[in-house]
Design a protein around this ligand. Structure first.
Ligand SMILES: *Cc1c(COP(=O)(O)O)cnc(C)c1O
Length: 373
């Protein structure tokens, strides 16, 4: 028996606030559905650009954008001056590494199951990755981390808070405290966690993306850096002297309408109440695992009560994940993601099907997926 989901009002409000889904959208971890207000605000800004001129429209939106910097940075425990809007989470990490200019060969500790594009960016920056100690589901073991930080401290720790290929949360607050005590900067990839977990945990840098759990537009991301670390960054070009240093890392030419949309989406997230959102998403994750584990021989990877809304499924022998994802979409209108081992080759042993509902999903959606499988 699955329990009734908490905060049904949130589910109903989330559903009513956006265009009707064509099918069953269970793919938030890839890209969420924007609300009508967010879509309208983006269109409105684009129209303003045509009416007023792009740079005039941007100046007119600056007050809203600055409020957005403040609120978004606040979710990471930082201030407006610490945040730069960028184009994606990947762009944020690239921007951070380019500005940091760590000496070639510096060691950065990462999860064995680190997101492959992040590892590629670290290596492109000339850095060497060393593995963080983890348990069987890929969760960091704090005691062993403490020993590693004492015995042979890396130049930095890069932690993906919730990975893309598995709905498991890292003990990031504990890790941040250990890194702080050891004097090792911690960079937190919050692409999968902001909007479904607390990211105000004491990391020195936090970056993420708009389109996943915050349900903002695509093509927008952000980088937040605490002043002590920001002071060590060198931008390609100095920013205007009257702006905070992190603004030198904000791309000057940008999809400003998308940034406006992200600001509205963050406002909607706060209005819904981040704690209630997390509770309902965690309950949806548990329900997903309960309904799908064992369905047609598919097996759930995450512990059932893991407080995330992302679930991954290992196929039964002989079943192809890519073909299943395509069949679910074309025959049943169910949107999911097929994830191959190349996403996290250090941890994955085979492809998985990822199911990631947002607040509007129902038990009936999950049961429909179970029968479709
Ligand atoms: C999606 C994702 C990214 C990259 O985000 P983009 O906005 O596509 O660049 C980085 N890290 C994790 C864990 C992700 O899931």
């Amino acid at each position: 028996m699955t329990h009734p989901l908490p905060h049904e009002d949130l589910g109903a409000a989330w559903r009513a606030a956006r265009p009707r889904a064509a099918g069953r959208h269970l793919d938030t971890a890839a890209c969420s559905r924007q609300s009508s207000r967010v879509l309208d605000a983006v269109a409105h800004h684009a129209r303003h650009e045509a009416e007023l001129g792009g740079y005039v429209a941007e100046a007119a939106a600056e007050h809203l954008l600055q409020q957005g910097r403040s609120v978004l940075a606040g979710l990471a425990g930082m201030a407006a001056a610490d945040l730069a809007f960028v184009e994606s989470a990947q762009a944020a990490l690239a921007t951070l590494l380019a500005g940091w200019r760590l000496p070639a060969g510096s060691r950065v500790a990462v999860l064995p199951g680190e997101y492959a594009p992040n590892v590629a960016l670290l290596r492109t920056a000339g850095l060497t990755t060393v593995p963080l100690p983890v348990d069987g589901v890929g969760r960091v073991l704090p005691d062993q981390l403490e020993r590693l930080l004492a015995a042979d401290p890396p130049a930095a720790v890069h932690l993906t808070h919730i990975p893309s290929h598995r709905g498991v949360v890292q003990p990031a607050r504990e890790i941040a405290a250990l890194c702080r005590a050891a004097g090792v900067p911690l960079v937190l990839d919050a692409a999968q966690s902001l909007g479904q977990a607390d990211v105000d945990l004491g990391a020195d840098a936090v970056y993420g993306t708009s389109r996943k759990w915050l349900a903002g537009p695509r093509g927008v991301g952000f980088l937040c850096v605490r002043p002590a670390l920001a002071a060590q960054l060198t931008p390609v070009l100095p920013g205007p002297g009257d702006l905070p240093p992190m603004r030198a890392f904000e791309s000057g030419e940008a999809h400003v309408a998308g940034r406006v949309g992200l600001v509205l989406a963050v406002g909607e997230h706060l209005a819904a109440g981040p704690d209630r959102v997390r509770q309902r998403l965690a309950a949806l994750g548990s329900a997903t695992r309960q309904v799908l584990d064992g369905a047609a021989g598919w097996r759930v990877v995450e512990p059932g009560d893991e407080p995330t809304a992302a679930t991954t499924l290992v196929p039964p022998d002989g079943v192809d994940v890519v073909a299943t994802r395509a069949r679910l979409l074309t025959e049943h209108g169910i949107v999911t993601t097929a994830i191959g081992v190349q996403r996290a080759p250090g941890e994955m042993t085979g492809p998985v099907l990822r199911v990631s509902p947002h607040l509007d999903a129902t038990l009936e959606d999950l049961e429909a997926l179970a029968s479709a499988l």
